[in-house]
Write a protein that binds this ligand. Structure first.
Ligand SMILES: Nc1ncnc2c1ncn2[C@@H]1O[C@H](COP(=O)(O)OP(=O)(O)O)[C@@H](O)[C@H]1O
Ligand SMILES: [Mg+2]
Length: 733
């Protein structure tokens, strides 16, 4: 159990030692700026130092525990020796005792001889004991007591011998002496026994400690060995891992170099370094220069004037100037024509930076040289296209798919007032009125994206705030892979046309209003005239009729019979004429404004008009009226009645019909008037003829009442006119 505890304590100690060691290593590596990605050499060095410190620690502890062990073994041996010496001393004393007894009993004098010898032995043993227990205070005290006891005993013995030699001892006296000697001997034995016991305790303790020390040393050695093996394996693995990583990194570097070389060789970009002044001759150029210019790198290095001398005559001065300014500018980017080996001039882009020495003086120029001939050609084409587009007087604008302006031609600048630099990059909605933004997304941009092309009329606002109308032709722009990239729009300004259209519409509306106004004026005029004719002329004629009747009566008595007949005949005919004139006046008044319309309403007026029509033309005229009581305003009634009159007039004049059917019906919130004839049928051309004022007037009347007018004709079958107006239409509706 104790052994186990010691071992456990040793292991715990070692573990905590290791942990502390690791902490110390970590802290110190951090303190010295080491990290996991330090170099392999450093790692090995640090590892070795760590292992060395660890081994030294283990060695030191092992040394200490081994010396301790030896020490303890020595103590055990010493204790054994003490015990042996005590036993020896005891046997010497017992020998002396028995010899004396035999001597005394036998009377022989061998005793003296052995007393001397034993005395020497005892003395030597006591000396030995004193030496052996010199470090033990307790034993020393025991030894002192023992020594005095032994001395006493020896003195007693000596005394007995002396007595025996000089005089004869009596038996009684001898017995007493023997008895005293035995007592002393017993005390000696006891003292020796105590010493023996104490030494036994010491021995046991020392043995235990020795065993403990031995097992601790053993476990220390085993764990030290184990730790060393682990460290060696771990270190080896780390080094192996690091080496393989290093080898991989080397391979990567080599591959990277190979790739770079390949890129340099295949890229259309030449890298160079050149003198910072003079003829700016090349100091180094990448290999691909040959495939680009036809000159080899060697030719460039051998002839330092090659770079400057083959510049195009028109670009030379400008380019050399730019290089001269390089020390101030620090870097440059320029394009120039350069004559290649084949004699052809190609465009090159040169981007260079100046490298300075530590003292600030220019060291060299490092630059990139790119053949941009193809791009320049494309640029040229684009420039020409832009030039052509700018010739167009109308706007040509392109936007990207998000709606931001990509191009803006001169026409757009002129018509919309924004300069190209103001417009580029802005969202196209900036030229649209704020309320049209949604319309722009929904009706202009979305359809082009969906269909590819689109045409639409739009309103746009110029920089000065004026509204302009345009007919837009839009096309979706696509890249080489057929993916949409933007929208281009060509516009035609239609503001003037729009203005004319608007003016036309306005005047048409005015005319319509005028016509309506004329109609109502006419209606009023008619009513007034009808009343006038009816009342004034009718009354005058009636008065005249009464006068003529009175004259007729009186004449019968006062005139001669011969003349009477002639006068009477004249008077009768005058009376007839008056009667028919009165009838005519009534008819005229009714035609102008039938009193029935005002007095009995539309339903009665329609019936009256149908009878009148049949009576006048002989064409049969049927009516269907439902319900009989309609709630119509005077204006509505007049409008419908006048339309009916106009329709019936048309039937007489154009239809060649034998039958007419008039329907006046109210359904829901509407009242409808339908006139159907069985004539030849109106044609489409006749409906919209330039002189169809009658139809136009009817349509206007219907519209004025908020209603609709419709005329349908079927060739040879007849014509149907339908008017629908809403009920209860009052002036303030
Ligand atoms: N009921 C009808 N049947 C056949 N043709 C008709 C009828 N009503 C109108 N038309 C045709 O429509 C034309 C236009 O009619 P309208 O505008 O009233 O002009 P107008 O009666 O003065 O000729 C007429 O000239 C006639 O040719
Ligand atoms: Mg007509």
């Amino acid at each position: 159990m104790q052994w186990f505890c010691v071992r456990l304590a040793g292991l715990v100690l070692m573990c905590s030692g290791l942990r502390a060691f690791r902490r110390v290593v970590c802290r110190s590596t951090r303190a010295f700026g080491f990290s996991m990605n330090m170099s392999l050499e450093k790692k090995i060095g640090v590892g070795l130092v760590a292992v060395l410190i660890l081994l030294l620690g283990i060695g030191f502890i092992s040394y200490r525990s081994t010396t301790d062990l030896i020490d303890r073994e020595a103590r055990v041996a010493q204790a054994h020796q003490v015990r042996e010496t005590i036993e020896h001393l005891l046997s010497l004393m017992e020998d002396l005792e028995s010899t004396q007894r035999i001597d005394l009993l036998t009377g022989e004098s061998q005793y003296l001889q052995s007393y001397r010898e034993v005395g020497h032995g005892v003395e030597e043993a006591l000396r030995n004991l004193t030496d052996l227990t010199s470090d033990n205070q307790n034993q020393q005290q025991h030894l002192l007591a023992l020594r005095s006891l032994i001395d006493l005993r020896l003195a007693q013995l000596k005394n007995v011998i002396d007595l025996r030699d000089t005089e004869k001892i009596e038996a009684k006296e001898l017995k007493f002496r023997l008895h005293v000697g035995k007592e002393t001997m017993d005390k000696i034995k006891m003292a020796l026994g105590e010493m023996q016991d104490q030494e036994q305790v010491l021995l046991t303790n020392s043995s235990k400690q020795a065993v403990r020390a031995a097992s601790f040393t053993l476990s220390l050695i085993i764990s030290g060995t184990f730790l060393t093996i682990v460290l060696a394996i771990g270190g080896g693995a780390l080094i192996f891992y690091d080496l393989s990583k290093r080898r991989q990194a080397e391979r990567d570097v080599l591959a990277g170099q190979a790739r770079q070389e390949l890129i340099l060789r295949t890229l259309p970009v030449v890298m160079y370094s050149a003198k910072p002044s003079g003829d700016y001759g090349a100091l180094w150029v990448s290999e691909n220069i040959e495939s680009i210019t036809g000159f080899s790198p060697r030719q460039f290095l051998n002839d330092s004037s090659l770079r400057a001398s083959r510049l195009h005559i028109h670009d030379r001065e400008r380019t050399l100037m730019e290089f001269e300014k390089l020390p101030q500018a620090g870097s440059l980017a320029t394009e120039y024509r350069w004559q290649t080996y084949s004699g052809e001039y190609r465009w090159f882009r040169d981007e260079a930076v100046l490298i300075r020495r530590s003292d600030g003086t220019p060291q060299e120029i490092i630059g990139l040289w790119t053949d941009v001939t193809a791009r320049r050609q494309v640029d040229e084409v684009i420039r020409k296209q832009a030039h052509i587009i700018n010739q167009i007087q109308e706007t040509v604008i392109s936007i990207n798919l998000d709606g931001y302006v990509m191009s803006w031609n001169t026409g757009a600048e002129k018509l919309l007032g924004y300069a190209v630099e103001e417009a580029l990059g802005k969202h196209i909605s900036f030229i649209y009125p704020a309320e049209d933004r949604e319309f722009l997304e929904r009706e202009v941009i979305a359809p082009v994206k969906a269909k590819g092309t689109h045409q639409i009329e739009v309103r746009r606002r110029t920089k000065s705030g004026a509204l302009r109308f345009a007919q837009l032709s839009l096309t979706l722009l696509k890249d080489d892979a057929d993916s949409p990239i933007g929208i281009i729009g060509y516009s035609m300004d239609i503001t003037d046309r729009k203005r004319v259209q608007e003016a036309l519409l306005n005047s048409r509306n005015q005319l319509a209003a005028l016509a309506v106004r004329l109609e109502s004026v006419r209606e009023e005029e008619r009513t007034r005239i009808a009343l006038e004719v009816h009342d004034v002329l009718g009354q005058a004629l009636t008065g005249l009729k009464l006068d003529v009747a009175w004259i007729h009566k009186r004449l019968t008595d006062s005139i001669e019979p011969a003349q009477r007949t002639a006068v009477l005949t004249r008077l009768v005919s005058a009376q007839d004429l008056l009667n028919s004139t009165i009838q005519s006046v009534r008819d005229i008044a009714t035609t102008l404004r039938p009193g029935v319309l005002d007095e009995l309403g539309l339903e009665a007026a329609v019936e009256w008009q149908a009878r009148e029509f049949h009576h006048r033309t002989g064409i049969s005229c049927e009516t269907t009226i439902w319900p009989h009581k309609m709630v119509l305003g005077p204006e509505q009634s007049t409008a419908l009645f006048r339309i009916l009159q106009e329709v019936l007039t048309n039937v007489v004049r154009h239809a060649h019909a034998t039958k007419v059917h008039v329907k006046l019906e109210q359904s829901g919130e509407h009242v409808s008037l339908q006139v159907e004839d069985n004539g030849r049928g109106i044609t489409g051309v006749e409906q919209s003829g330039p002189k169809s004022f009658g139809l136009l007037g009817m349509r206007l009347r219907a519209q004025q009442q908020g209603g609709t007018f419709d005329i349908q004709g079927t060739l040879g079958t007849g014509t149907t006119v339908t008017i629908r107006i809403p009920l209860y239409r009052t002036a303030d509706d």
